[in-house]
Design a protein around this ligand. Structure first.
Ligand SMILES: [Zn+2]
Length: 63
């Protein structure tokens, strides 16, 4: 098991977490937050990207 820090982004309005590995809506899986479409908004509360805050999370990767 290897530990790796991933960047997730937290919606400060509703607590939704954008996980770049999963993507969301018009953001395809493995799309870094910096590269998601400009018109993308929080799928839960429609807050725009400026409401999101970077959040680090340490995960275990197999292999
Ligand atoms: Zn939200």
């Amino acid at each position: 098991m290897t530990k790796k820090a991933v960047h997730k982004f937290l919606c400060t309005k509703c607590g939704y977490i954008y996980d770049p590995r999963q993507g969301s809506g018009s953001a395809a899986p493995n799309t870094a937050f910096e590269y998601i479409p400009e018109d993308w908004a929080c799928p839960e509360c429609k807050a725009d990207q400026t409401e999101f805050k970077k959040k680090y999370e340490v995960v275990e990767i197999e292999g």
